[in-house]
Design a protein around this ligand. Sequence first.
Ligand SMILES: [Zn+2]
Length: 679
Amino acid sequence: MVKLPFIICAVVFSARSPLLGQSSQAAVGQAVANRAPLQANAFNALPLGTVEPKGWLRRQLEIQAAGLTGHLGDFWNDVGANSGWLGGTGESWERGPYYLDGLLPLAYELQDATLIRKAKQWVDWTLTHQRSDGQIGPARNDDWWPRMVMLKVLTQYQEVSGDPRVIPLMQKYFAYELRELPGRPLRDWGKYRWQDNVYSVLWLYNRTGDQHLLRLARLLHQQGYDWEAQFADFKYTSKETSEKLGLKDHGPIPEPAMQTHGVNNAMALKVAPVWWLVSRDAGDRNALAHQLATLDKYHGLPNGMFSGDEHFAGTDPSQGIELCAVVETMFSLEQAFSILGDPGLADRLEKVAYNALPGTLSNDMWSHQYDQQPNQIACTRAHRQWSTNGPDSNLFGLEPNFGCCTANLHQGWPKLVSSLWMATADGGLITAAYAPSQVHSKLNRVQVTIDEDTEYPFRGTAQFVVHTHSPVLFPLVLRIPGWAASATVAVNGTPSEIRKSGLYPLKRTWKEGDRVTLKFPMSSRVTHWFHDSAVFERGPLVFSLPLDGQWAALKKYTEKSADWQITSTADWNYAVQLGDCSAKVLERPVGSVPFDVKNAPVSLSIKARRDRQWSTVENSAGPVPSSPVTSPDPLQTLTLIPYGAAKLRITAFPYLREKSQCGSASAELEPVFGSLAIR
Ligand SMILES: [Zn+2]
């Protein structure tokens, strides 16, 4: 029997519903709290469709819809009409579900009728082709793993559409899985990604209360790889190689290769929080912080990620990270923040979303990389120092190196939109991550819309306007990022100061037109990385020296789709000057392409000298010289722009022994341009 879930926040779509599907005229989404005996989430995810992208973020999603996401199936057979997930004889493993996991939320967030129709074709095939024993998906392939992805798609689809077929299908499938797993246990990818299966099992449990689902969750945990044990006694502290991992061209993938795999580790960032919901063990709750700290210590990169090209590769910023790992890290952090409520996890989410994600996608989102490098001086077909990847890995293209990212990249931006806002346990809303958006929610039985007007992360101000037909009491919780030593908030013009980073609740009776203005101090800072290299950051943005790049097509697939190499003759080997002096910040309007090398919304001017000891190694920037360094070359001014806009770039620099001297020129410019206090 299906019991009513504990509803903490109902969402009603209004007149804009015709595209939403068959159930859109009524309430179509509700944030659902965890059902006992599960631990309560800190915050509950709002259903797909509740948050609409606005401003620059909407333009980014429109670019995505006009790019690969909107057109991939027209010419890339793996997600084309012959996909096994559409009943055809083609690709029947992970690529169809991967694609849909991003196409579906993008379609609904943009209310794009064509894309919704396209996404629903796939969903409908799965919903209408369940086997009598409960199995779903293409008959040609019985791997548990791709079904874990399709289940995530179905949960999103049910939330936005209310389609009554989804929950019975999932009930029947999980009953089948519970029966089958003892005789056909998790293996290879599924064994290492079991937590994503548990995620959907718990989603269903919260809606049905069926105790068998908790048995299934425990069985998946029991059969799955013990990620917490891996990090409790971490052995993989240096760069991997094919030889060390025992990789061969054929045969099963050795276990150490699965354990050091970048994408597996990205997905595993949700293991501890998801399992804590079931285990209620404080050790599980606390394990993620140690896991992230361990990855940072041995493999951390300045773009918010860790190295994985294809396997752990150390902290050298010329090592790469795969696009699949970027979008999976984002999804893991979105879940982890929702469950644990640690604001540092949302800081990290923003860092990955606003740097590593745009940094590895072309402006038009018709091409992407497999591996990106923080220090990336050429994207060419060449041998590089990857742990195990091939020579195409940093090209911008259709499927450089391997096609998984081609199928999986689509979830990045849309799932960020879904996670910008979450529901609080006491009936309010929290700003989990900042971006221009609008959220619709029923709070304390009153329909409320909040407009978030901001150009964050390029600017440090966000304005929220509440729309409600009648005054309503609820908490609006603001997340103050860890880098913001103090922030100010003003309600209807009355300011107060927030001194600490963390969560700042504003509980009051809100009425139509109430306005909250939040200002973060966007002072810039220098952080230190591999060989004590210096990285410039401002708010959630990482800054890079862009290298003027020439794009040349290596292979054309369609008029828009091609494999590209990017080369540059620009000097890149600079050592930067640090000190307590000011440098300049220049802000420009956010353009039609938010992360564009030619039109960066914000830039930093810094001083540097060439460091001629720093040279190319294996077609990449060689290891950053250990700082401090000296150079006889003249001091020059460099302009740094957001990492995401600079497709060829230097991000981590050696620094000069000399410190900067304050000059009156830069001080005079401060009132106009702001200042860069370099610590
Ligand atoms: Zn991939």
